[in-house]
Design a protein around this ligand. Structure first.
Ligand SMILES: [Zn+2]
Length: 436
């Protein structure tokens, strides 16, 4: 028998790879944060001698979800400026609110709320793009989640940086600091092609190529953005990024609600990823990414909630449910956006889009032990016939009982292990009293 740190025995296990499989009475063994054995529970039990065993008798175990795009600190403006157009929402509500309130304390508080909410609803890895990325990364390191932290690249002087050169300088220092961290990757986060100049996007392309780092950018969020680029510059932003040399496997384009056949071919051939944020797109009436087209063209597609200010939840199961519904609606076909493909997008698809597929996204020997458990002993999931459908359509985010990253529990029996929820709730209450 081989010794291991933790043995997890699950009533059902959905490892995501191999595809579309739901195994009964399955187990995984973990040592040093890594999955070292996986298989039929009885057989794994005969092979390993665990220091600790977690028996999940009514649960579905699957890889932790990957929220591939968001602005974590924006939990604090959650619900501010509802029912506005994207441009009005940004210029009349969000940007003035940020100008008034955003500082390192705001980011720490808003981000901690986001981490608590994501852990409780099954997300173990997320991507962030916001001011004071040092504070976000520091919190992630302390709380135990996994993240891609994108530092902002913004033209104008702002609360965090004195423009692009200073932002790149601070961001690269942060990259160096977390270079060998097991759970944190630092990436470039230019807001969009319409807010960052071509010359500065070229700098991002040059630096990111040099250090082989990921870049995440908002792209083709709505039709106006695409039309304006055509009218002002005579090309789409995808064509512009292609010329600049920013497209490629290290680029993650968020939204991509409108795409021509030519741009789709360019994205596919350059192996650029797409992040689908359907709820935020629907709320802002931006249209939405036609995911089937991207997947057919072999583009890696991840799923993201975007910031809580435009969603308003960070529950990725809710996002998956919406993604499935709009795929059915879009195709006028109830077999489209099936639960298996949708759950794959929320896990392995996200990992591939963020370049993390060698570490996470599926439960396989050699990968990191990032997993979650859903307690099916709840009326909203009873009775159940198909675990994939139960997860995508059954409002399962509220039935997450356990969340583990690298074999460490961040949520155990629905209790947070690394965040003091009552203290955090009180801090948010106080923030609202003094700030709003
Ligand atoms: Zn966003």
């Amino acid at each position: 028998m081989t010794s291991c740190d933790l043995l997890v025995i699950a009533r059902w296990m959905l490892p995501i790879a191999p595809e579309n499989c739901a195994f009964d009475n399955y187990a995984l063994a973990i040592t040093d944060g890594e999955i070292v054995d996986l298989g039929v529970a009885e057989e794994v039990q005969a092979r390993v001698s665990p220091s600790e065993t977690l028996s999940l008798t009514d649960h579905i175990v699957l890889p932790g979800l990957i929220n591939a795009h968001g602005h974590a600190a924006m939990t604090l403006p959650r619900g501010a400026g509802e029912d506005q157009s994207l441009q009005a929402w940004l210029s009349d509500t969000i940007w003035p609110l940020e100008a008034k309130h955003v500082n390192a304390d705001f980011v720490r508080l808003g981000t901690e709320v986001a981490l608590a909410e994501m852990i409780a609803s099954g997300t173990t890895t997320f991507s962030d793009m916001y001011f004071f990325p040092e504070d976000c990364a520091d919190l992630v390191a302390t709380v135990g989640m996994r993240a891609q932290v994108c530092f902002p690249v913004i033209e104008m002087s702002n609360v965090w940086s004195d423009g692009v050169v200073d932002g790149l300088h601070k961001g690269l220092a942060l990259y160096d600091h977390y270079r060998h961290h097991e759970r944190i990757d630092i990436a470039f986060g230019p807001h969009s092609a319409y807010t960052v100049s071509a010359a500065n996007l070229e700098k991002v392309a040059m630096y990111s190529n040099e250090i082989d780092a990921q870049v995440q950018i908002h792209m083709h969020e709505n039709a106006e953005e695409v039309h304006e680029a055509q009218a002002l510059h005579g090309h789409t932003w995808i064509q512009a990024l292609d010329e600049i040399g920013l497209l490629g496997p290290n680029l993650q384009t968020v939204h991509m609600t409108h795409v021509s056949d030519e741009d789709l071919a360019t994205i596919a051939s350059s192996r650029t990823s797409v992040i689908h944020c359907p709820v935020s797109n629907l709320k802002l009436a931006s249209g939405y990414a036609h995911v089937d087209k991207y997947i057919e063209a072999n583009v890696q597609v991840g799923l993201g909630t975007d910031g809580a200010a435009s969603n308003n939840t960070l529950d990725l199961f809710h996002e998956a449910h919406t993604a499935s519904l709009i795929a059915k609606h879009e195709n006028r076909d109830p077999t489209a956006g099936n639960a298996r493909d949708t759950l794959r997008m929320a896990t392995l698809g996200g990992a591939q889009a963020l370049g993390l597929e060698r570490k996470v996204g599926s439960l396989e020997i050699g990968k990191q032990a990032d997993f979650i458990a859903i307690d099916t002993n709840s009326l909203n999931l009873m009775p159940h016939y198909d675990p994939f459908a139960a997860l995508v359509h059954g409002n399962a985010g509220r039935n997450v009982s356990h969340s583990y990253v690298r074999g460490e529990a961040l949520l155990a029996d629905r209790s947070h292990t690394s965040i003091d929820i009552s203290a955090l709730t009180e801090k948010v209450r106080q923030w609202q009293i003094t700030a709003v």
